[in-house]
Design a protein around this ligand. Sequence first.
Ligand SMILES: Nc1nc2c(c(=O)[nH]1)N=C([C@H](O)[C@H](O)COP(=O)(O)OP(=O)(O)OP(=O)(O)O)CN2
Ligand SMILES: [Zn+2]
Length: 136
Amino acid sequence: MRVTISRKAHFNAAHRLHRKDWTSEKNDLVFGKCNNPNFHGHNYGLTVSVTGKIDPETGFVMDVKVLADIILAEVEIPFDHKNLNLDVPEFQDLNPTAENIAVVIWNKIRKRIQPDFDLEIVLNETERNFVTYKGE
Ligand SMILES: Nc1nc2c(c(=O)[nH]1)N=C([C@H](O)[C@H](O)COP(=O)(O)OP(=O)(O)OP(=O)(O)O)CN2
Ligand SMILES: [Zn+2]
């Protein structure tokens, strides 16, 4: 029997959708207002879900406090109130789209979760836009 536990978190961050190897015309055409040179911000919402067997002694799949601490260390501290393009090394040469941010977050959390657990994350960039990644 496998059960899923989930933990929500959020962070506020600035970004710009832009490719350094494209002309400014092409960046404007593809990314529009998201290519604003002075950046723009989002209140990102994050839901992290871990699926695994219940430990018969604790009754936990994993302690949700442990999961919260992993999210704090791997996502909230490095990303919250940061400019993703300028402050976060993972986005120096990677466009910080919601898709790429989700994959970066998944890879960071995956390293901290037991291998026999499945991991899925949902990243909300706006109230209406969200991305799901489960490592496939
Ligand atoms: N596939 C993607 N498309 C877009 C992304 C993305 O990360 N992946 N990002 C953006 C912009 O950065 C931004 O998120 C879009 O903001 P906005 O157009 O304001 O979106 P809203 O849902 O808040 O507003 P609507 O009025 O509903 O459009 C663009 N595309
Ligand atoms: Zn944006």
